[in-house]
Design a protein around this ligand. Structure first.
Ligand SMILES: Cc1cc2nc3c(=O)[nH]c(=O)nc-3n(C[C@H](O)[C@H](O)[C@H](O)COP(=O)(O)OP(=O)(O)OC[C@H]3O[C@@H](n4cnc5c(N)ncnc54)[C@H](O)[C@@H]3O)c2cc1C
Length: 459
C-alpha cells in the first residue's frame, strides 16, 4: 500500500496565541495547489489552512493531520486605485497591506487589535474591529475569494453568485476549505494619523452611557475596562474614540508626509518568563496606573495607526508574559437589551478574583451579517485576557457562558479554547444550516481542525 503523501512533510508543534494546547501536524506551503489537493484527498487526519496563528485557542491546529501554512503565499496581485479593490494572496498580513497601501492612501477596512493576521484568517474568523458599529466586519468588505474545498475542487466564490458558500466561509474557522486568495475593498484615507478623543469613566454605567450617546459620531470606538475594580468603581474605563485625520488637521510638520507609516516597535518579550508574573496584585497595580495616567477628558489628540489600533504590536511575542501555562481570552457578545449581563459578568469576575486581567475591552457592535458562524451581532462585546490553568476559573466561565446563551449571546470561536460544546448550537443557531453547506463542499469530511473536533462542528 502506498504511504499517505503527508508522511514526507515536516512535523511541527503548533499552538494558538494563548499557548494553551499545542498539537503537532504535518506542515506544507500553499504555493503548490496540486500538492495541497493531493493531501486533501489522502491525508488520514484531514487538512486545515493556517495564517499567523493569532487565534487564541486551537482554531488553526489539526492534530496529526496536515496544516497548510498560508503565509508561504504573500502578495498583492492587483490593486485598483480608483475603487480601492485589492486582490491579495491569503497569507498576506494586514501589516503588509498597510505597509504597501497606506502610502497610497488606503487602509484596511477592518483591523483587529493586532495587524499580525492574514487575509485568510480575517475571512475565516470574519474579524471585527473598533468600527463594527459603523462598518461591519471583514467579510462585509470582501467581494470574492478562491477556496480549495474538501471535494478537491478550487471554487471561485463570489458574494452575490455563491452566497451560501461565501457566508459559510465567513466566520467558518477554515472548515469549508483552504482560502488561496481574496478580493476586498480598502478604505480611502487622507493621512496615516487619527484624531482621538479620550474620556475616563468612573464606572460601568458612565462608560456605557457615553458609548450609547456618542459612538455614532465616531468611526472607531473602544473602552479599556479595569476588570479588577469593584464596588462603586466597578467597570471604570478609559474610552478612546476617533477617526482618520484629514491633511488640514495635521500639525504642519506632519503635513509634509501625511501618509507616512510609523511602526513604533519597542522590542521583543524575553523568551523565559517566570510563572505567576500575572497575578491579582501585579494586575491591580498595573490597572490602577493605567487608569490614573489616562486623561480625564482629552479632545483631538493626533495618534499613529500603531498607537491607536495596535499598541500591543509594539512588543513582539508579548503573549509570553503569561508564562508556561498560557492564557485564554473570553469574548462574548450580547444584544443591546441585555446590557445588564455585562454588569453581572463583570461583577462576578471582579468579586471572584479568579481572572486577573490588564487587557479587557468593551465595544459596541452593529447588526450581524449573513455569516452562519460569524461572531458579531448588534449589542455589547466584552473581551479579556487572563491566565489559563485555574480550574475554578473554568467553572466560573462555564456558568457565565450559560448567562450569555440565556441572553441570546455567543462567545467568539477565534478566541475560544474552552467552551462546552453543548452550548454551541444555542450560540450559533444556524449551525445545522452551516453543516449542510459544509457537507456539500466536503462530503468526506477532509477539512478538519482541533477546534472543529473539540466543539463537534465536524467529525
Ligand atoms: C492581540 C490580538 C488582538 C486581537 N483582536 C481582535 C479583534 O479586535 N477582533 C477580532 O475579530 N479578532 C481579534 N483577534 C483574533 C484574530 O484577529 C483572529 O483570530 C484571526 O483569525 C487571526 O488571523 P491569523 O491569520 O493569525 O489566523 P490563524 O490564527 O492562523 O487562523 C485562524 C482561523 O483561520 C483559519 N485560516 C487561516 N488562514 C486560512 C486560509 N488561508 N484558508 C482557510 N482558513 C484559514 C484557520 O483554520 C483558523 O480557523 C486578536 C488576536 C490577537 C492575538
Amino acid at each position: 500500500m502506498a504511504a499517505a503523501p503527508h508522511r514526507s512533510l515536516p512535523v511541527r508543534p503548533m499552538w494558538g496565541w494563548g499557548r494553551t494546547a499545542p498539537t503537532a501536524a504535518h506542515v506544507m506551503g500553499l504555493l503548490d495547489l496540486d500538492a495541497v489537493r493531493d493531501e486533501v484527498r489522502d491525508a488520514p487526519r484531514g487538512v486545515l489552512g493556517r495564517g499567523l496563528g493569532r487565534s487564541y485557542g486551537d482554531g488553526a491546529q489539526n492534530s496529526g493531520g496536515v496544516v497548510v501554512d498560508a503565509t508561504t503565499a504573500v502578495g498583492v496581485r492587483s490593486f485598483d486605485r480608483s475603487t480601492g479593490l485589492v486582490t491579495a494572496d491569503a497569507g498576506t498580513s494586514l501589516e503588509q497591506l498597510m505597509t504597501w497601501l497606506v502610502p497610497e492612501g488606503f487602509f484596511v477596512p477592518v483591523t483587529p487589535g493586532t495587524r499580525q493576521v492574514t487575509v485568510g484568517g480575517a475571512i475565516a474568523a470574519d474579524i471585527h474591529g473598533k468600527n463594527h458599529h459603523q462598518a461591519g466586519s471583514w467579510c462585509d468588505h470582501v467581494d470574492s475569494f478562491r477556496l480549495l474545498c474538501g471535494d478537491g475542487e478550487l471554487r471561485d466564490v463570489h458574494r452575490d453568485r455563491d452566497p451560501e458558500v461565501f457566508w459559510a466561509t465567513a466566520g467558518g474557522m477554515g472548515l469549508t476549505g483552504v482560502i488561496t486568495d481574496a478580493t476586498f475593498r480598502m478604505k480611502p484615507i487622507e493621512t496615516s494619523r487619527l484624531v482621538v478623543d479620550t474620556d475616563r469613566a468612573a464606572d460601568l454605567d458612565e462608560v456605557m452611557a457615553l458609548m450609547v450617546d456618542g459612538d455614532a459620531n465616531y468611526d472607531y470606538s473602544v473602552a479599556w475596562i479595569d476588570v479588577m475594580s469593584s464596588g462603586t468603581s466597578m467597570g471604570r474605563s478609559v474610552l478612546d474614540r476617533g477617526r482618520f485625520a484629514t491633511v488640514d488637521e495635521l500639525p504642519a510638520k506632519l503635513r509634509r508626509d501625511p501618509l507616512k507609516v510609523v511602526s513604533n516597535s519597542v522590542g521583543t518579550f524575553p523568551p523565559i518568563v517566570p510563572s505567576g508574573l500575572i497575578n491579582s496584585l501585579t494586575v491591580r497595580a498595573f490597572n490602577e496606573l493605567w487608569f490614573r495616567k489616562a486623561p480625564a477628558r482629552r479632545r483631538d489628540a493626533i495618534q499613529t495607526i500603531t498607537q491607536f489600533f495596535h499598541p500591543l504590536d509594539m512588543v513582539a511575542e508579548w503573549n509570553r508574559v503569561y508564562g508556561p501555562t498560557g492564557f485564554l481570552q473570553w469574548q462574548y457578545v450580547v444584544p443591546d437589551a441585555a446590557g445588564e449581563v455585562v454588569r453581572r459578568t463583570l461583577d462576578e469576575l471582579s468579586r471572584s478574583g479568579l481572572a486577573p486581567s490588564f487587557l479587557a475591552v468593551l465595544k459596541r457592535m452593529g447588526p450581524a451579517n449573513q455569516g452562519h458562524l460569524s461572531f458579531p451581532s448588534a449589542g455589547w462585546t466584552l473581551a479579556f485576557d487572563t491566565p489559563a490553568g485555574n480550574p475554578a476559573l473554568h467553572t466560573l466561565l462555564d456558568r457565565l457562558d450559560e448567562q450569555i446563551v440565556d441572553a441570546g449571546g455567543r462567545i467568539y470561536l477565534a478566541k475560544d479554547s474552552r467552551v462546552r460544546p453543548e452550548l454551541i448550537a444555542a450560540m450559533y443557531p444556524r449551525l445545522d444550516e452551516w453543516r449542510g453547506v459544509r457537507d456539500r463542499l466536503d462530503p468526506n469530511g477532509r477539512i478538519r481542525s482541533d477546534l472543529g473536533r473539540r466543539l463537534g462542528l465536524v467529525d
